[in-house]
Ligand binder design. Sequence first.
Ligand code: FAD
Length: 527
Amino acid sequence: MIEKDKIVVGGGIAGLTAALSLAQRGKDVLLVEKNEKPGGLMNSFERDDFRFEGGARALVNAGLVKPLIKEFSLDIKVLPNPITLGIEDRLLEIDGEQSLYRYSDMLKDLYPESEDEVDKIIRAIRAIIEDMTVLYGVENPLFAKQKQNVLSMILSSVIRMLKFLRTMYRIGRMNAPFEDYLDALATNQSLKDIIGQHFFRRTPAFFALSYFALYNDYIYPEGGVGAFIEELGKAVGARGGEIRCNTEIVSVDGHNKLLRDAKGNEYRYDEMIWTADLKALYAMASDKGMAKRSLERFRTRKRAVLAHKGAESVFSVFLASDLPPEFFREKTSGHVFYTPDRRGLGTVHTSELHALLERWDTLQKEDLHDWLDKFCKYNTFEISIPVLRDPGAAPPGKTGLIISTLFDYTLISRIRARGWYEEFTNRVEDSFIATVSSSIYPDLKDSVLFRFSASPWSIRERVGSSEGSIVGWSFEGEIPAVTSMFNMGNSVKTPLPGVYAAGKWVYSPAGGPTGIMTGRIAAKQCK
Ligand SMILES: Cc1cc2nc3c(=O)[nH]c(=O)nc-3n(C[C@H](O)[C@H](O)[C@H](O)COP(=O)(O)OP(=O)(O)OC[C@H]3O[C@@H](n4cnc5c(N)ncnc54)[C@H](O)[C@@H]3O)c2cc1C
């Protein structure tokens, strides 16, 4: 039996932040992680000297990452991560907020019949950018310096709070799904698709439209996202915390505060922070011996959590090219959101996909392939080229790329059940590469040295995330998590005694920044 005062389950960004915060306070903390190294959905890996990000392609600073690096003296150099937005042959490098007006010109050029609608959308984005400056532009007080003049601390807190309250009021008014919000501003479906099709279905309008501000807020750690994670792990160790990898928790006895791992080892904790999959926690936690009131709360919460599903996942194609970085640099930066066709997806990823799933049992492979062709032709791709941000990411004169787009978990799991997985993933790799090869990076396909892919299925297998989700809950239906920033402090509470939760399942909308915030909050709530 291993006895630890605090145990953190899951070594993603939320778990590492929680463990680091606890270790910093001198707590006896053990972090257990099922994979061979921490990072979860933030990691880098190498294949034949090409470095790729397996999860998030860069970090969103969000007033959190740089302060975290400073507070814990992490040995990380932060590199710029400029974003290029592209539609067909129009490419725009985002360079500060003024780029919004160049984006507006680009859209008007593509959709001359909808100039007024473009203006309305741009005005809405502009208002949101002002709000984002308040939310993310100021260094978050969770990472404020410990020693500060009390008066200036109170004053800056009051100012921050007033701005924050005004912003929260405006956000509250924009909580409707972005599709509905855009419907009220524009009728041109292609224009609306181009603005919104790389967001998760029914994303709150504020969050989706705020992305233009976040494009200016991305940073890239030298050595890759994985290097940042590695530094976080080292910082936990340097403060006396312990990280155990290859340790998968398979049962939780909430009453006796006991965990068991897949190898049969037992762990006793006083307080535990769960940052792995939330459905897994409620499915494996035993309610034996729980007091009546806690039991009722536990069962109600369990029903809500198990009934909902994760948001759409991602399909990523990784490839190595023997074209030099200069070939790509002439066209774009190292982080691109690109749509090859102004027409947009229309109903391909909504009603056409539903129709496909509804007639699944009688579906012919050719019908699936026809759908895939349209899906690739009209979609928006996130393209990451690590070597354009960090010259050490590829062998001299060569370039690695990651091309990805949102992808439905149900579809890929059915494809797998039908025995079509290998053939289908191969076809997706071909299609993604052919799409960018015939548009943004001509002839890329003739230079490919090797390629492979990761599907929503492989994401679920690797990090154990329900439905392969990368950002927690789907926005469709009732979300079983805190959705108001006012209530973020409560997001980490669970009905299990001494158990907190953090990460992408406890607060929505989620991502890297909320992982850091909830990890920090959960650690603060521990004794
Ligand atoms: C392709 C891609 C692009 C992304 N882009 C962005 C972006 O631009 N901006 C943004 O904010 N976010 C982005 N994200 C999302 C972001 O990376 C995640 O939301 C965030 O990293 C989640 O962190 P987490 O700690 O909550 O969960 P995870 O990273 O999933 O960590 C959970 C950890 O728990 C471990 N685990 C699971 N089960 C067990 C068990 N039973 N026992 C022990 N350990 C267990 C897992 O292995 C994992 O390490 C992206 C993700 C991907 C994949």
